[in-house]
Write a protein that binds this ligand. Structure first.
Ligand code: SAM
Length: 353
């Protein structure tokens, strides 16, 4: 897949504006695998990659790149840190501050983002934190870097931006810890709230929440459906899954919870009486209906005979044909405020009912 931010990140090494450090590990924050890393002069054997999104972490592992387990476990400081900051402003600021903390004085920090991710404002933030930066643009993206001079760093700003990565209580619903960068991190998503309102109280037995985020839908299942005995929470973003674990454990009572750091599009690990999901529908700004469709297929394959699925989706997303191809019956329970709630019943249910 094309990755213009990653290609542009390595541009200064191609133009020889930068050289790789002669020794030491190179920290790569929010690392992604891609063709650009396979160039012969890239010292990827010395990369230490941090990536909490499971499909990307898996690609890095398959490419033989080393993964670390997070800031608390990282060795350092590093002579060079590479960063692919995301569009979400607070999370990008947190990552830039983390890069400053991880890099040795005189070391180099290199960051890149696409224009649609807000490259210009990320570069401005980077300059505010570290002093003058040098930049290049290509591929509708910008790469910018700085040689770290401790005299130019604003320590108060570094601390302020590091704090942005910390979990905090959701103001509108104190059951939940959340953090910048997660889906709907500062609110309950309106689509998920609509799905919760339409969950029948008779959901029972073992269930799964596909793409659980910080755990809102699962918490609603526990609150509304007293006959649930087990709930598996699937989520690809480990930062979200860790918070779901903190949020749901105190609410579980006798219900057994499983927290699974997993790419749902690769299939589920168990079989379930019911499944709920607000599936992902884009990466960056582009609509990705294939993701939601893969969630529907994974869910349909994992439903026990007679099992039911409840999905919420933006009204324009083309999911009906996928439901029609993989379950016996489906219906739109409601279609309102830009969302639709779809109930689907497993194929064996038709003869069983
Ligand atoms: C639309 S959000 C819903 C979050 C939460 N259930 C809610 O209702 O607020 C979709 C979630 O799916 C996760 N996700 C994205 N791709 C995934 C994948 N391939 N496998 C599992 N989870 C994924 C995202 O990290 C995100 O938390």
């Amino acid at each position: 897949m094309l990755d213009p931010a990653l290609d542009t990140l390595l541009l200064p090494f191609t133009t020889r504006a930068l050289v790789w450090p002669k020794a030491g590990q190179i920290l790569f924050l929010r690392a992604r695998m891609g063709q650009a890393l396979m160039q012969p002069d890239v010292p990827r054997g010395r990369f230490l990659c941090r990536q909490t999104f499971q499909p990307f972490a898996k690609e890095l592992s398959l490419g033989q790149l080393a993964l670390d387990r997070g800031p608390e476990n990282a060795a350092g400081p590093f002579p060079m840190t590479l960063v692919l900051p995301p569009r979400q402003r607070e999370e990008a600021r947190y990552l830039l501050a983390e890069a400053v903390m991880a890099t040795s004085p005189g070391g180099v920090i290199v960051a890149a983002a696409t224009n649609t991710e807000g490259a210009r404002s990320i570069e401005a933030d980077f300059a505010k934190l570290t002093g003058d930066v040098v930049s290049l643009f290509k591929n509708k993206s910008r790469v910018f870097w700085v040689t770290l001079d401790p005299e130019r760093i604003d320590p108060a700003l570094v601390q302020e931006w590091l704090a942005l990565g910390a979990p905090r209580r959701l103001t509108s619903d104190a059951r939940f810890l959340t953090r910048p960068g997660l889906f709907a991190w500062d609110r309950i998503d309106a689509g998920s709230a609509l799905l919760a309102q339409h969950l029948p109280a008779d959901l029972a037995g073992s269930g799964a929440d596909l793409g659980c985020g910080f755990g809102y839908l699962s918490a609603e299942v526990l609150a509304r459906c007293p006959n649930v005995s087990e709930l598996a929470l699937y989520e690809a973003e480990r930062l979200a899954l860790d918070l779901a674990c903190e949020n749901l454990t105190p609410l579980a009572g006798k219900v057994r919870l499983d927290f699974l750091w997993q790419d749902v599009t690769e299939g589920l690990r168990g079989s379930y009486d019911f499944i709920v999901s607000n599936p992902p529908f884009h990466t960056g700004r582009a609509d990705r209906p294939d993701l939601g469709q893969a969630f529907i297929i994974a869910g349909a394959k994992a439903l026990k005979p007679g099992g039911r699925m409840f999905f919420v989706a933006n009204q324009h997303l083309p999911y009906e044909a996928t439901f029609a191809a993989h379950v016996a019956r489906h219906r739109i329970i409601t279609s309102t405020d830009g969302y639709k709630i779809i109930e689907a019943i497993n194929i064996q249910a038709v003869s069983a009912r």
